[in-house]
Design a protein around this ligand. Structure first.
Ligand SMILES: [Zn+2]
Length: 421
């Protein structure tokens, strides 16, 4: 990759046609001068032409050598690119997705919608469907609309998604760029029940951020109101602290049961209003990190209520794929030279070092058989709480009451529950 970056820098440096442009300007100037000279002194025409010719030739030489430089830099960049990206392509290799290009098209369209690229998405919809009528591919529609129930609703679904993501980006824009909490709080209040049932902290996080903003002298809608003006009632507190206290009394009430400890900290911290940065509560009142946190937890909750993951699956698949591909390609070439086959269906023969964010499936190894759980051999939990794989359960129990291999509890295999890790 380093070599590629170096070549890229070299290419960017060399790929300039400014010298060629200068030379061409000189050619034009030489021609114009020759024409003017000839008009002024027709008798000296052969001399003027010879003079112009030599000027033009040297300008062309400079231009040509510039072009050669650009050309050679482009060639070595191409070489470096191929070295990194070009994978051996086999004619006998089957492209598993060739007959299902509509799935790839949908993944791309979905990615564009969730990135908020609505114009690009609608152009993509149109062109993918136009291309399908020309070259026979399936565009964005399933080739078997009758068997694919989702198909009927796909267009309606994408329109609805567009409206939903437009709302999400509007709220995020207000949060990120205008520090305006109102639309996010309204949304969270409207979806309060669903958020609560997911165990989400979003509503409280938003209220807490408004409290902190008020305390720091903002009005919670991004406007700075100042914190130095003392209260008219002569309480000795700045108006901003009193505004935060009033807000806390109303807004924190519904959260008392769940967030008592946090509320105590926030309210207690008000005593440090004169020197908050040096107080033990300084972290709670740092506005910068809090806005980022609230934005990402808002995105996460919004997407999860739509039944979607917080980041685009296409982006994750491409990133994970580009990390895994060089390793898999190497494995394939080793297998080919050793003429071995990859026999285990459920497992890769090598470790792929993906970053922790990209681990979606926890791995369960059966303590009895020492085999990794699969879809066909899932983990099962017995009533005592111990977990073994389905195959082990079958062979130990022989379909009758049996004793757990790890504790004295007895149970029937029917009582075991599937575990989703
Ligand atoms: Zn047990």
């Amino acid at each position: 990759m380093d070599d590629l970056m170096k070549e890229h820098a070299r290419f960017a440096n060399k790929a300039s046609f400014s010298k060629t442009q200068d030379s061409m300007q000189q050619v034009l100037a030489a021609l114009e001068k020759a024409r003017a000279d000839i008009v002024a002194n027709p008798n000296g025409t052969p001399l003027h032409i010879t003079k112009a010719k030599s000027g033009i030739k040297s300008s062309f030489d400079v231009a040509n050598s510039n072009l050669k430089d650009v050309n050679s830099a482009s060639k070595s960049y191409e070489k470096a690119l191929n070295k990194v990206w070009k994978l051996p392509v086999d004619d006998d290799e089957e492209d598993a997705l060739a007959s299902q290009s509509y799935l790839i098209n949908r993944a791309i369209a979905m990615h564009l919608l969730r990135e908020g690229q609505f114009d690009v998405a609608s152009t993509f919809f149109r062109e993918a469907n136009e291309a399908s009528t020309i070259n026979g591919h399936s565009g964005i529609k399933s080739p078997n609309p009758r068997t694919d129930k989702q198909e009927l609703s796909w267009e309606i679904k994408s329109e609805r998604l567009q409206a939903q993501f437009a709302e999400m980006y509007h709220i995020l824009d207000e949060l990120k760029n205008k520090q305006n909490l109102d639309p996010a709080i309204t949304w969270a209040t409207n979806h309060s029940e669903q958020l609560e049932s997911r165990g989400s902290n979003l509503e409280f996080e938003l209220c807490r951020l408004r409290f902190v903003s008020l305390f720091l002298g903002y009005d919670g809608n991004g406007n700075f109101e100042g914190d130095v003006d003392m209260d008219a009632d002569d309480t000795g507190y700045p108006a901003s602290v009193l505004r935060a206290a009033t807000y806390a009394r109303e807004a924190f009430a519904p959260f008392q049961d769940r967030y008592m400890a946090d509320i105590h900290k926030l309210v207690g911290a008000m005593a440090y209003w004169q020197n908050m940065p040096d107080s033990p509560y300084a972290d709670l009142f740092s506005p910068y990190a809090a806005w980022d946190d609230v934005c990402s937890s808002f995105t996460r909750e919004f997407c999860s209520l739509l039944g979607l993951s917080p980041s685009s699956p296409l982006f994750i698949a491409c990133t994970a794929g580009s990390i895994a591909l060089p390793i898999l390609s190497k494995v394939r070439s080793i297998m080919r030279t050793k003429r071995t086959e990859w026999t285990t269906q459920e497992e890769l023969p090598v470790e792929i070092p993906l970053p922790p964010d990209y681990m979606f499936h926890s791995i369960f190894v059966c303590p009895v058989s020492k085999e990794q759980a699969t879809d066909a051999n899932p983990p099962k939990m017995m009533p005592c709480g111990h977990v073994i794989c389905y195959e082990s359960l079958k062979s130990i129990s022989k379909n009758a009451r049996f004793k757990c291999p790890y504790c004295p509890a007895e149970s029937h295999p029917k009582e075991a529950k599937s575990v989703y890790l």
